[in-house]
Write a protein that binds this ligand. Sequence first.
Ligand code: ASP
Length: 316
Amino acid sequence: MRFDQRHLLGIEPLRPDEITTLLDLSQRYVALNRQQQKRSTVLAGLTQINMFFENSTRTQASFELAGKRLGADVMNMAMEASSIKKGETLIDTAMTLNAMHPDLLVVRHPHSGAVDLLAQKVNCAVLNAGDGRHEHPTQALLDALTIRRAKGRIHRLNIAICGDIAHSRVARSNLLLLHKMENRIRLIGPPTLMPAGIDAFGAEVYEDMKEGLRDVDVVMMLRLQKERMDGGFIPSEREYYHRYGLDAEKLSHAKPDAIVMHPGPMNRGVEIDGTLADDINRSVIQDQVEMGVAVRMAAMDLLARNLRAQPKDVLA
Ligand code: ASP
């Protein structure tokens, strides 16, 4: 088992064997989380601070539970009420927290690159919980674990990522991970929601859902990221649903056992039909949430092992 990272800032720096290590360890935490006694002590004595500069339901709850189940002291910073609102810069806030000796800092920020910048200024392990349109590594890892459990492998699958690719950090991290693990990736969406330079990712691009979904094993839907749009990307939500919203008819073009995924939060009736999202025979959306806790436990466990291997000089 090798995992040589000091931080988890994105999928980009990870080697395929490190991804496998992380997924294998997550698998053990899935089993722990299903027991009545869920407590472990692998993070005992360590302090975890969650700093979310952008709203989050699943990710923040999941990181908090993950830390608590592993015995860490977990603190959630209320960023709305923090000094950031009084004009303190991100780096000042980070330096202030750093002086309190946290071991794990979990950060979500609306600006791409903000979490990397912060990681350069602190001496604890930093986990990126989503930065702008850049990366959301734990989401891609929990998606990979969900796929591996449903399909028995995470390589040589046909996987479609559909919808608002341009504004989605989930799409970017998933593209990077699925490409590293040698899957065939199709991107489906209107040209206005495809990022520039998409060819570099080695994916096939489709404008038509039925064509793009033909014979895929996995259908990954994305939320329309309205907060990152400045108008004019889609004609109307109704028209978007008609062309790109996943329903039973469009899904019938995929393999009969294709699974349906969505990172949440879902816009039902915009990018996905609500009944299909709730259909436990096709949708693995609840599994994704379950895997999220396990993956975050594994990520913090591995980073904590590396912290212990290179202790800070406490007298310095
Ligand atoms: N929850 C995911 C994220 O934070 C996906 C989304 O918001 O659409 O990026």
